[in-house]
Design a protein around this ligand. Structure first.
Ligand code: ADP
Length: 635
């Protein structure tokens, strides 16, 4: 072949160059990321092809960047695989080999403005023309007997290739070192910035910090942190993990847990994930500040990618590195990417598995739960991992001694009564409030555990899960007293307010009277079999909606009306017994009416439905006045 030849660029490359040369894009520094990652690929390829045989020299594999202020040049060299002349024409001369193709397509789709999309694409080698007047590539393939070749172009439409032989004024091609060096002759207005050594080091650290080969800027190493996720686990110390975690998150605390994993199928990826000690989700701020950093072969492709993990695991910080994606993949393509979805599926399972392991240490898991459960609970929508997710939920319950004790569904099931195929739960503002909830009295009497729910999302979780290991989730409030009645009592002491139930007729008459007094305010009035210590409670007539859920639904529909409920009276309560007696002797006794209203409004108050407390307060004051008079007389 001729020792020197000039070729025209293909039309599409001309178009690309035209755009890049005239671009006003400000972050031109990304050209360095592209050249460094090409160099790193070339080193990787050499390592793979020569895995078992020694290379022709013992020099360490590295990337050198030399800046020359006076000559206004920047040279990026690697002692990687190099290119033969044919490869050079094929690789650099055709767009099929470059990220440029997808860039051009996106450019077309975007209606022609390049500046908005340059940074989001790996524009490849040609991005160098954003800063270069001309570029000179010198390369020699690792293949035995290869001659060195030189490629030069000012990016104006043509390039020249010549063999580097002693005959044409250049050094002898066979003595040129293996690998590739790219000399960038900087544009005048870019020379200052891209020959500044500190600036260059900063750019390397920003975009290429985890490249697996040393990157030397004017002889000094610039990439400081090794790509820890690609290193064998057993070689990594706890301190290294912590250091990397701090580098990644700026969090100076130690991470609570580390997940370091390497997966080959169904998709290849390495991941290094951390569980921070503290939640960032306080008060719901910074909702967008999450995601894993996505690397392709140690090159950062996207910071905080939100498709790699589900949102309910957003407390996980870390990186994912895959070999299965091209370096120059666009964000648009990433968003609905099958590979990313596969990584997500695998990683989700692994993180849940890791949490499962952590749960064996109750104290540690409680810490996790305190910090991250608010976010984690949204996982009730992950139907694929429902069983595992459910197993990781924790609640306070009636069986706990302290407010911060936690139980799992499995703990609950292990204590369930014979034939109890239900998990009972109740929603309330606090443990104290739930202890006083009349609906839970029968559970105490029968020794049946009730999970305590304190946050509105808890009820959605229960509703969505519906079952766990064949146990049905049932709100204590709508539990059927018959289901519990069969169980033997565990509370032997009768409540102090208890009294023998009134005769059937007297009770019936009282129920009718109370219903007449309350009229349209209630759906029905009936005797209760669920109460022990309280005189009354309200239940939903449909038998399945809880009052807390009902309230959420109503507030969503801007409905402020008071729902019609069934008032249940406890026949074994002294107050009910007295009222029945009074009603028996005088069917119009005004005290019965007053007491009926008072009981009903107190029950409404407990359920949070009483909007106007005036009547109730007036009645309480009237009753206190009367009773204090009687009390004073009897003293
Ligand atoms: P991409 O890296 O997306 O393939 P580029 O335009 O950056 O696109 O590079 C085109 C091709 O040129 C690369 O795929 C590679 O085969 C070759 N190449 C670029 N730089 C080097 C290098 N330093 N050493 C060896 N080959 C290289």
């Amino acid at each position: 072949m001729a020792a020197q030849a000039t070729y025209e660029f293909k039309a599409e490359i001309k178009q690309l160059l035209e755009i890049l040369v005239h671009s006003l894009y400000t972050e031109r520094e990304i050209f360095l990321r592209e050249l460094v990652s090409n160099a790193s690929d070339a080193l990787d390829k050499l390592r793979i092809t020569t895995a078992d045989s020694a290379t022709d020299d013992d020099a360490p594999l590295e990337i050198r960047i030399e800046a020359d202020k006076d000559k206004k040049t920047l040279t990026i060299s690697d002692n990687g695989i190099g290119m033969t002349e044919a490869e050079l024409v094929e690789n650099i001369g055709t767009i099929a080999h470059s990220g440029s193709a997808s860039f051009l397509k996106a450019l077309k789709d975007s209606g022609g403005s390049a500046d908005g999309i340059i940074g989001r694409f790996g524009v490849g080698f040609y991005s160098v023309y954003m800063v270069a007047d001309s570029v000179c590539i010198r390369t020699r393939s690792h293949r035995e007997g290869s001659l060195a070749v030189e490629w030069t172009s000012d990016g104006q439409g043509a390039y020249t290739i010549r063999e580097l032989t002693s005959g044409n004024g250049a050094e002898d091609g066979e003595t040129v070192a293996r690998g590739t060096s790219i000399e960038v002759r900087l544009k005048d207005d870019q020379a200052e910035q891209f020959t500044d050594v500190e600036g260059l080091r900063h750019i390397i650290r920003k975009h290429s910090n985890f490249i697996g080969f040393p990157i030397l800027v004017n002889g000094e190493r610039a990439n400081t942190v090794p790509a820890l996720w690609r290193e064998p686990k057993f070689q990594i110390t706890k301190e290294q993990y912590k250091e990397f975690y701090s580098f990644l998150t700026y969090d100076m605390d130690e991470p609570m847990d580390v997940l370091h994993t390497s997966v080959d199928a169904p998709v290849q990826f390495n991941a290094l994930c951390f569980l921070p000690e503290k939640s960032k989700d306080f008060m719901g701020f910074d909702r967008e500040d999450w995601g894993l950093d996505l690397y392709v072969r140690r090159v950062l492709i996207q910071h905080q990618n939100k498709d790699l993990i589900p949102q309910y695991l957003m407390f996980t910080r870390g990186v994912v590195d895959t070999e299965d994606l091209p370096l120059n993949i666009s964000r648009e393509t990433l968003q609905d990417n099958r590979l990313i979805r596969k990584i997500n599926t695998t990683l989700t399972k692994q993180i849940l598995g890791q949490l499962g392991k952590m749960a064996e240490d109750k104290e540690k898991y409680a810490k996790f739960w305190r910090e991250h459960s608010r976010v984690f609970k949204a996982g009730y929508m992950d139907f694929v991992n429902r069983e595992t997710f459910s197993g990781l939920l924790r609640f306070n319950s009636s069986a706990c001694e302290a407010a911060d004790d936690l139980v799992s569904f499995d703990d609950y099931i292990s204590r369930a009564k014979l034939d109890q195929k239900k998990i009972y739960f109740a929603f309330g503002p606090s443990r104290e409030a739930l202890k006083l909830n009349p609906h839970l009295e029968i559970f105490r009497k029968k020794g049946v555990e009730v999970l305590y729910l304190f946050e509105p999302i808890d009820e959605f979780v229960m509703d969505a899960l519906h079952t766990y290991k064949e146990f049905e989730m049932v709100p204590a409030e709508v539990a059927k007293p018959e289901d519990l009645a069969k169980l033997p009592d565990v509370e032997t002491e009768a409540p102090t307010d208890s009294a023998p139930a009134p005769e059937k007729d007297a009770l019936e008459a009282l129920l009718l009277r109370v219903k007449a007094v309350l009229g349209d305010g209630v759906a029905d009035v009936r005797a209760s079999s669920r109460l022990t210590g309280s005189p009354c409670c309200l239940v939903n007539p449909d038998g399945h909606t809880t009052s807390s859920m009902d309230k959420i639904m109503r507030s969503m529909n801007h409905d402020n009306s008071v729902p019609k409920k069934v008032l249940e009276l406890n026949p074994n309560h002294a107050l009910v017994r007295n009222l029945a007696d009074l009603n028996q002797s005088d069917g119009n006794d005004p005290f019965v009416e007053q007491a009926a209203r008072q009981l009903f409004e107190s029950a409404l108050l407990l359920e949070g439905y009483l909007t106007d407390p005036h009547a109730l307060v007036g009645r309480v004051q009237d009753l206190l006045t009367k009773s204090s008079g009687w009390y004073a007389k009897s003293k």
